[in-house]
Design a protein around this ligand. Structure first.
Ligand SMILES: NC(=O)c1ccc[n+]([C@@H]2O[C@H](COP(=O)([O-])OP(=O)(O)OC[C@H]3O[C@@H](n4cnc5c(N)ncnc54)[C@H](OP(=O)(O)O)[C@@H]3O)[C@@H](O)[C@H]2O)c1
Length: 269
C-alpha cells in the first residue's frame, strides 16, 4: 500500500497488537487517539474524537484503508457514523471493522436487556452503518478477548461473595490472534462479513472465575444468579459463542498463567 492506513483504537487492547503488524507489513500507519501522542517508530499519531467528530477529517485525509478498532461499551454506532461521514467526503477507503460474535443474535428489546447487553445492540448498529456506508467494507466478529475475561475476573474477585450469572458461557480468544486476522483483512480485498473468529474452548463464566481464583490462591464463595430478560436468555443459549469457529490457538489457561506470573513479578498479585 502506498497511501496511509488509519487505525482507530490503536492505543487499545486490540489496536496495540494491530499497529506493529501493519507497520511491519510495510504500511504507512496513522493512529487516531483522543489524547496526543508522540509520533515515533514509523507511526504517525493524530488526535481526534469519534464521538464528537472532532479531528476526524484530518485523520481520514488521503487514507487507503481504515481499520476501525475504536470502541467502548456504548455509542459505537455514533462513532462509526462520524467516521463513515468523514471518510466518504475524502474518497473511498476500505473500511475494516471489528465487531462481536452474537451482535446479530442477541435481542436487545427491554430496558433490562439494554442495561446488561446494550453493547451487542450498539455493535450491531455500528455494523449496519459500516455495511450501508457506500464504502468498500469488511467486518469481522470476534468473541471476547482473554484480557476482558481477566479484567472481569479481577474485579469480581474483589467482592467477598461473588454473584455469577448462571448458564453464561464465553469462548475467549487471544487479542493478538484477532489482530493478525484484521491485518490480513486490511491488506486484502473488501469482503463484507467474514467468518467469525472464536477462541479454542467454551467455558462457563464460573469456570473462568474459579480458574482465576485458583491461580491467585484466593478463596471466595460463588453464588449463581439468573439474569432476567431476552438478551440474557439468548446469551444462555450461546448466542455469543461460535463453537464451529473455534480457530483460536492460545488457551485461556496459557494466557492466565502468563499474566498471573507477570503480576507476581511486578508485585501485583
Ligand atoms: N474486548 C473484547 O473482548 C472484544 C471482543 C470483540 C470485539 N471487540 C471490539 O474490539 C474493539 C477494540 O476493543 P478493545 O478491547 O481493544 O478496546 P479498549 O482496550 O477499551 O480500547 C478502546 C480504544 O478505542 C479508542 N476510543 C474509544 N472511544 C473513542 C473515541 N470517542 N474517539 C476515538 N477513539 C476512541 C481508545 O483510544 P484513546 O483512549 O487513545 O482515545 C482505545 O484505543 C472494540 O470495537 C470492541 O467492541 C472487543
Amino acid at each position: 500500500m502506498t497511501s496511509p492506513i488509519l487505525l482507530t483504537g490503536g492505543t487499545g487492547t486490540l489496536g496495540r497488537f494491530v499497529a506493529p503488524l501493519l507497520r511491519d507489513a510495510g504500511c504507512q500507519l496513522r493512529v487516531l487517539s483522543r489524547r496526543s501522542h508522540q509520533s515515533a517508530d514509523g507511526v504517525e499519531f493524530v488526535t481526534g474524537d469519534l464521538a464528537t467528530g472532532e479531528g476526524i477529517a484530518a485523520a481520514v485525509d488521503g487514507v487507503e484503508a481504515i481499520v476501525h478498532c475504536a470502541g467502548s461499551s456504548k455509542g459505537d454506532e455514533d462513532k462509526a457514523r462520524n467516521l463513515v461521514r468523514a471518510a466518504s467526503r475524502v474518497g473511498s477507503p476500505h473500511l475494516v471493522y471489528i465487531s462481536v460474535v452474537g451482535a446479530e443474535r442477541v435481542p436487545v428489546v427491554s430496558g433490562v436487556d439494554r442495561a446488561m447487553f446494550g453493547y451487542f445492540a450498539s455493535k450491531r448498529a455500528a455494523e449496519r452503518v459500516v455495511a450501508d456506508s457506500g464504502l468498500p467494507w469488511t467486518t469481522l466478529r470476534a468473541t471476547q478477548f482473554h484480557d476482558l475475561m481477566l479484567t472481569t475476573a479481577r474485579q469480581m474477585a474483589k467482592l467477598p461473595v461473588i454473584p455469577v450469572p448462571s448458564g453464561v458461557r464465553f469462548q475467549p480468544i487471544d487479542a493478538g490472534e484477532v489482530a493478525t486476522r484484521l491485518m490480513e483483512l486490511a491488506l486484502g480485498e473488501p469482503s463484507g462479513i467474514v467468518p467469525d473468529l472464536a477462541g479454542p474452548r467454551v467455558y462457563e463464566m464460573s469456570e473462568l472465575l474459579r480458574s482465576y481464583l485458583r491461580a491467585v490462591h484466593r478463596r471466595r464463595p460463588i453464588v449463581p444468579v439468573r439474569l432476567p430478560g431476552r438478551a440474557a436468555r439468548a446469551i444462555r443459549d450461546g448466542a455469543n459463542l461460535a463453537p464451529e469457529r473455534a480457530v483460536g490457538d492460545r488457551t485461556w489457561e496459557d494466557f492466565l498463567a502468563e499474566h498471573v506470573r507477570r503480576d507476581r513479578s511486578l508485585g501485583n498479585a
